[in-house]
Design a binder for this molecule. Sequence first.
Ligand code: GLA
Length: 388
Amino acid sequence: MDMTALQKQFIERHGESPEPVRFFFAPGRINLIGGHTDYTGGLVLPCAIRLGTMAAARRCEENHLALASFDDPFSCAVPLDPPPAPHGSAWVNYPLGVAQQFMRSGVTLPGLELLFSGDLPREAGLSSSASLEMATAVALNSMADAGLEMGELVRMARAAENDFVGLDCGIMDQFASGFGREGCALLLNCATLQHRQVALPLAGHRLVIADTKKLRGLAGSKYNERVEQCQEVELSLLGVLEAPSLSRLTPGRLEKNIDRIPTGTLRRRARHVVSENSRVMQAVQTLMDGDLPAFGALINASHDSLRDDYQVSCFELDTLVQAARDSEGVLGSRMMGGGFGGCTLTLVREDAAEAFITRAGEVYRKNTGLTAEFHPADTGDGAREIEQ
Ligand code: GLA
């Protein structure tokens, strides 16, 4: 990201001041495997990527947050007293929600001017929201000298999205944005928050993101519906589950108790979550063994389960995934993120990657009338201050 341009734009938006401008960055994420498991306390395997959100921040005398974006014309100045409430344009609610969390934790925020700029495609399943929240969180933490740990910033960023923005998301995206590390995937248990870095032995292979460019429309409400369905499954299994978490079931135990789950739809939802958790563990093993073909097969199985049992895919995602799988050198391909549009992730042999992009792009255009956008999925480090 061009820091000089951001600095120049900052002065244009907020004016000159003797106070220094500081820069913070938080990445988006890909998720190798572990789709729709986080909000039931399951396992996920995301990586932070190089694309993300920059926040430029400067103290000011007014007791407010002045928010502007390089990418969106809407800007506003919101007083800090009383604490901010949800506001007009969508994007400002992410930083405001995070500010509210800081204040609830007893941190006194100074008046600040902020300018955000991002290079993540928005609404594409690459966690542009979490990266905006985490960029805000690391910026506020430093500018207020709050000294909060990364785990706490992650928790507050997620709470901002749940309480302020209104999406019942799990903790994966904010966690990956905070704790990701270049060259690694992050194995996270979303119930205990235990995590460890797993090296990505991609030798001779590449991960490619393909954006369907399908507008996701009602994705938020369908996402919340899935969260509720998992809660219904958990209710029906009370007595079987010591703690009410679908993700604590093994596939064998689920099948033994499947009749307790009242409807076919809910049974499919449960089968996805439980089988996906075991695929995550198998995937970690394949990475440790350097067995990329087996890893690719698990990626494929994850997509099929999200499509058939969890039913969060769509024609566009399925078309792009199939076009990838039909391309030479592709080991696996799946949808990522909330679903109903957004991006796919494909593991492909390095020397076949360009041909795959051309071919899959053509097949996709022919079948859907849409032009997919391809991005390299290079891994990167988590949220931090950027020294100039
Ligand atoms: C979105 C949510 C995450 C997670 C994924 C699906 O990205 O923000 O918490 O549930 O969908 O795996």
